[in-house]
Design a protein around this ligand. Structure first.
Ligand SMILES: NC(=O)c1ccc[n+]([C@@H]2O[C@H](COP(=O)([O-])OP(=O)(O)OC[C@H]3O[C@@H](n4cnc5c(N)ncnc54)[C@H](OP(=O)(O)O)[C@@H]3O)[C@@H](O)[C@H]2O)c1
Length: 425
């Protein structure tokens, strides 16, 4: 039986998940792969006597992991950008195979990291959508396909909050507080709720599916903090759910990459993916639409993806390796101003005759056609009532200009809501 020793950097949620999988499933993995995995070393900034290290030697020196000839594969499970990136560079430079769950480093520095050595062996399945083997699906299962789009719910915190707002009619701030109390959102939730985490993941999916170097700046980013419970309710009445989606899509104009709240028809499977679950819908020319769903986070779930990478590297599988130098798609990125989308609009306006018609006229002056509308009756003494529109496909540029005009109308008060709509046909 082949023996492979691991060196693990970090001793947090995911690292402990890996230690548990090895403790519980070592024999099963050996039976399936012919490889017996042991953990030779764990290095982290402080020891945790309460965590069983499966016989591994503990140190506070990360360099012990790549300097020890006994360590065959190094796992970077520290997180963050600075220390983790320096460590990962050192691991690759030392010629050790590397597995990471770090989306921020791959999205921002993946090209450099993977080009440090021609034989760099770096895998990062756990960096996108936790337990879901989406990178394997794109790089292996669907390798013979030309991709049309990769669209996903790829941030569990956002999905939890939007689901709670939908199910309980909760306000954004209350749903966030519950998510924090349950451990689904960090004390500082900015990365998740402002869409940055999802954008890191989408940047990785975009590169792999559309053969481009990693470039976080390719992704247009909006979070969910502006979504109100009124928007969720109106969307529901119109037959939609609001999801925070990452969208990477090939169009006639080029490639779109954007993360933002999105109206999705209730009949679309993605609309039923709730709570902290993640899901990715991939449309490609030969396979058609395929959907992948599962836990996007959690120690054991993420460790499951980490171990898949460990097994692949240890068995020296010749899976298609992402090579930035070979990623030379001729497709240009489409700037967000040129992106075409249908829209949901909520416009708080005075309850007077003719206001609906004036707003509709302002939209039509910018070439925007209305698909559906709701106009609420004023409830006793209410000064402003919501006018809600679903529009037909419109360019972002025209929509922005139209909304600037509408916002300045004397009959319109309060902030407008503008949320893109995707049917994902
Ligand atoms: N948690 C998830 O569900 C999940 C899902 C997908 C991907 N990921 C990714 O997996 C990675 C690890 O996440 P995690 O949730 O396991 O994080 P975590 O629980 O915060 O664990 C990080 C570990 O690294 C240690 N550490 C941090 N900075 C260090 C430094 N400068 N030097 C040495 N050790 C250091 C921490 O030490 P202390 O113990 O002293 O804090 C901790 O043990 C991240 O890249 C994350 O984005 C996580």
């Amino acid at each position: 039986m082949k023996k492979v020793s691991l060196g693990i950097a970090g001793l947090g949620t995911v690292a402990q998940g890996v230690l548990e999988i090895i403790a519980n499933n070592r024999a099963l993995i050996a039976q399936r792969t012919g490889i017996e995995f042991t953990v030779a070393r764990v290095a982290s900034r402080r020891p945790k006597p309460e965590v069983a290290l499966a016989g591994a030697q503990f140190s506070t020196q990360l360099s012990d992991l790549y300097e020890d000839p006994e360590v065959d594969v190094v796992l970077e499970l520290i997180g963050g950008e600075t220390v983790a990136y320096a460590f990962m560079q050192a691991v690759v430079a030392a010629g050790k195979p590397l597995v990471t769950a770090n989306k921020a480093v791959i999205a921002a520095h993946g090209n450099t990291l993977l080009s440090l050595r021609p034989d760099a062996a770096v895998r990062f399945e756990a960096a996108v959508a936790g337990a879901i083997p989406i990178i394997q699906a794109i790089q292996q299962g669907l390798v013979a396909n030309r991709f049309e789009y990769v669209v996903g719910i790829i941030n569990g915190t956002c999905n939890y909050i939007l689901t709670a707002m939908q199910a309980q009619g909760a306000a954004f701030a209350d749903a966030l507080q519950t998510a924090q109390a349950l451990g689904y959102a960090e004390a500082d939730p900015t990365f998740d709720i402002e869409g940055i985490d999802a954008a890191h993941k989408l940047a990785i999916l975009l590169s792999l599916a559309f053969d481009r170097p990693f470039n976080f700046d390719d992704v247009y980013v909006e979070g969910i903090s502006e979504v109100t419970s009124a928007d969720i309710e109106y969307a529901d009445q119109l037959g939609y759910k609001i999801k925070h989606l990452g969208i990477a899509r090939r169009t006639d104009q080029g490639l779109e990459a954007r993360v933002h709240p999105t109206l999705v028809p209730k009949s679309q499977l993605l609309a039923s993916v709730n709570d902290v679950l993640n899901a990715v819908l991939v449309k490609s020319d030969a396979a058609g639409a395929t959907l992948y769903c599962g836990p996007g986070a959690g120690g054991a779930a993420t460790a499951s993806a980490v171990m898949a990478d460990v097994v692949a590297l240890a068995s020296q599988e010749s899976t298609p390796r992402y090579r930035p130098e070979a990623a030379q798609s001729e497709l240009q990125m489409v700037p967000i101003e040129s992106v075409q989308s249908a829209y949901y609009l909520r416009i708080p306006a005075q309850d007077q005759p003719g206001v609906f018609a004036s707003v509709a006229k302002a939209l039509s002056q910018h070439g925007i056609s209305i698909e559906a509308a709701i106009q609420k009756e004023a409830q006793g003494g209410q000064a402003l009532v919501d006018i809600v529109f679903l529009t037909q496909m419109t360019r972002e540029l025209e929509m922005t200009a139209a909304l600037a005009q509408v916002q300045n109308m004397p009959e319109v008060g309060g902030p407008l809501s503008r949320i893109r709509l995707e049917t994902l046909d």
